[in-house]
Design a binder for this molecule. Structure first.
Ligand code: UDP
Length: 402
């Protein structure tokens, strides 16, 4: 099998008509160029999505560039605080930090070539580059985080720049702010041909399960998440303990250790302590590039949890749904856009609710199969990279033909 993925590679995967729609839209954008700017080439969902999207745009004949802005330690400190403050956490941000944000944005604006027909700036870090806007070129601000309840001071500072854009794009309507410029909705996406999501053979799945010594003689309940309090791994263990009194099963908690996040290490430590008392709980501390491992674990699982108490979009849910698994998720953030209650999974609000739905699914394999099939189809229609490309192309057509 050739490793080169083209738009055509998705013809039998995406919903019927999608690929032709993509060609049709791309045909109206022939010889146009597109520039994406963000603040990191690796790590995080935005970089991961850009890595998958860019070759496909180029394959469509759209001259696509991806520029990464360069910061300083003080700049990253400032933007990390902006990030937290925009998501509602109180932060102390000094005048020097605001100055550094502007200085770094200006320095990068001088270095980056904005010669492009369409510009997408991702997240708050490079939002200030807009001051370089050339007349007529549409600039979009693609915000991937929930800024609906920000710390006012930071938002008031940033919105001076955001207003200069031709439009904003948010992942959910509830993540947005009231703005006088056009606002668009674009769900993020997963790539069904990436190592994290592509079909695997039974031997590939088996190899991973053997490597981590996870037996397959009982149903497996899985959560894949960074070890973060908002992902509620201790709540997952508590729900599992309620379930296990009646339904013999294994629990696998798989995630990264995030060595640069002291709280992550603390959470991992607490999770391991809690799990130590039960040999049927497996805590897997995975490296950042464990895509195939995550894929195999999801395929081996019976039910998948994403019991977050606070969440961004929560793409792990779509990843699990794509593998035709029933998912039980916390009723927060983008999880509620992915789980249609009772149809593509269940949303829950408590440990007891989670345990109740786990037992229901474990006791009803036929329901698991129906919900899993619905979940896969729902993901095919709504959360694949091909839909994402359609959204971008439609937006480009709309704004360029304005
Ligand atoms: N992920 C990963 N390794 C881990 C934990 C998570 O690769 O150890 C991936 C996961 O498969 C998903 C992404 O990181 O693709 C997490 O995205 P999500 O939106 O669910 O949550 P976030 O971590 O961004 O809050």
């Amino acid at each position: 099998m050739s490793n080169v993925v083209t738009v055509e590679s998705y013809r039998d995967i995406a919903p019927q008509g999608t690929i032709d729609l993509i060609y049709n839209l791309a045909g109206r954008l022939r010889n146009k160029s597109l520039l994406h700017v963000n603040s990191t080439r690796f790590g995080g969902g935005v970089a991961e999505m850009l890595h998958r999207l860019l070759p496909l745009f180029s394959n469509l004949g759209i001259n696509t560039r991806w520029e990464v802005m360069e910061g300083t330690p003080l700049f990253y400190q400032a933007t990390k605080s902006f990030h937290n403050a925009l998501q509602g956490e109180p932060q102390i941000i000094s005048p020097e930090m605001y100055d550094e944000y502007l200085k770094v944005n200006k320095r990068n604006a001088k270095k980056i070539s904005f010669e492009s027909d369409f510009i997408v700036i991702h997240d708050p870090q490079p939002a200030g580059l807009i001051y370089k806007k050339l007349r007529k070129t549409p600039w979009l601000w693609r915000c991937h985080i929930d800024i609906s309840r920000p710390q006012r001071k930071v938002w008031n500072f940033l919105k001076e720049y955001v207003f200069k854009y031709n439009g904003t794009v948010f992942s959910l309507p509830s993540f947005a702010q009231k703005l006088s410029i056009p606002q668009f909705l674009m769900y993020p996406s997963i790539d069904p041909l990436s190592d994290k999501n592509r079909d695997l053979s039974s031997a590939e799945i088996e190899e991973v399960m053997n490597k981590y010594n996870v037996p397959r003689d009982k149903p497996i309940i899985l959560q894949v998440s960074r070890f973060d309090r908002f992902k509620d791994p201790l709540g997952v263990i508590a729900a599992y303990k309620l379930v296990k009194k009646h339904n013999d099963s294994y629990l696998v908690l798989a995630g990264g250790s995030a060595t640069d996040d002291p709280e992550g290490l603390q959470v991992l430590h607490e999770v391991k302590e809690e799990a130590d008392r039960d040999k049927d709980i497996f805590v897997l501390d995975l490296p950042p590039d464990a895509n195939l491992t995550i894929n195999a674990l999801q395929r081996a699982a019976t039910v998948i949890l994403q019991k977050s108490t606070k969440e961004g979009f929560g793409l792990t849910v779509a990843e699990a749904m794509w593998k035709a698994k029933p998912v039980i998720g916390g009723a927060v953030g983008g999880i509620t856009a992915q789980i249609v209650y009772g149809q593509t999974g269940f949303t829950v609000n408590s440990i007891e609710g989670c345990a109740y739905r786990l037992r229901y699914l474990l006791n009803n394999p036929d329901v698991c199969a129906t919900i899993g099939a619905n979940a896969k189809e729902y993901t095919r229609r709504n959360f694949l990279v091909t839909r994402h490309i359609c959204d971008y192309l439609s937006l480009m057509v709309l704004l360029l033909e304005d």
